[in-house]
Design a binder for this molecule. Structure first.
Ligand code: ATP
Ligand code: MG
Length: 253
């Protein structure tokens, strides 16, 4: 679809088109459209920009990921459609695997997502295995890779469902999510919630990780604990709700 740059909702329509393309490519499920619509509504209310509470969460996430022993990035059909290159780059700068995990399970779709990530520069993409399951989760999404999420200490799970977030936390993992809805169970359960659109948040997260890597020498006293300890997810979520209540108009005058 041709989108004129002058259209006042150009960026929102561009992102919507990525999801529609994801469905045509067979990597996003139809239900992903509904999840995206919910995200759009919250993005509108948040002013369609990265707010300060999201920037704080991105800094804490960068520190937590750099401090992790075994970080893993969990990818579903919506995030693969929206930020395939960026997720590949994130995995490469952290030198950690991407692991596919989709709500409406299908091996065929898992393989399509894997191939799509590989064609976008990813080097290490894992699939869940049928004989490996996470505890405290009954849905199809309980399957994990024994060298990936099962072993991970920190999991980056953007656009996640509440049940799985809760289960990951109960399995002893620290969970970082990106979720435009500060009221979702995922947002409330995660260790760090970046309340921002994934298309804006992931590039900023990559930038922050690269900056911290340069800034802090390996031999330095570990600065990352301090950054994560100073971050409070409840306060960040409260600030996001406040922003929504205060209202904002992303539309041009
Ligand atoms: P939960 O299960 O956590 O209570 P939910 O059931 O309301 O949440 P899900 O469909 O499970 O929602 O998850 C999708 C979440 O992803 C929603 O909260 C939605 O706001 C969010 N979301 C959708 N698109 C984006 C996006 N582009 N960037 C960030 N968040 C998004
Ligand atoms: Mg849900």
């Amino acid at each position: 679809m041709q989108l004129p740059k002058s259209h006042p909702r150009h960026e929102s329509l561009r992102i919507r088109e990525l999801i529609a393309e994801g469905i045509k490519k067979g990597i996003t499920s139809e239900h992903g459209l509904i999840a995206h619509g919910r995200g759009e509504a919250f993005d509108y209310l948040l002013g369609e920009k990265t707010n300060d509470f999201a920037l704080g969460a991105i800094e804490a996430s960068a520190a937590l990921l750099l401090d992790a022993k075994h970080p893993v990035i969990s990818v579903n059909g919506n995030s693969a459609a929206l930020v395939p290159k960026e997720l590949a780059e994130l995995s490469n700068v952290l030198n950690c695997p991407l692991e596919i995990n989709i709500f409406h399970a299908s091996k065929e779709r898992e393989i399509k997502i894997k191939d799509y990530l590989l064609s976008n520069g990813a080097k290490n993409v894992l699939l869940p295995e049928n004989d490996t399951t996470l505890r405290h989760l009954d849905s199809n999404r309980k399957y994990a890779n024994p060298k990936g999420i099962l072993e991970a200490d920190v999991v980056f799970v953007p656009l996640e469902d509440g049940d799985r977030t809760e289960a990951l936390v109960k399995n002893g993992k620290k969970v970082i999510t990106v979720d435009l809805n500060p009221l979702s169970r995922t947002a409330q359960e995660a260790t760090i919630t970046i309340v921002d659109n994934i298309v804006r948040a992931v590039p900023l997260l990559i930038k922050k990780i690269i900056q911290y890597k340069k800034q802090y020498d390996k031999n330095d006293l570990n600065p990352f604990n301090k950054i994560t300890n100073n971050y409070n997810n409840k306060i960040a979520l409260g600030d996001a709700l406040m922003k929504i209540r205060q209202g904002s108009s992303p539309l041009p005058k």
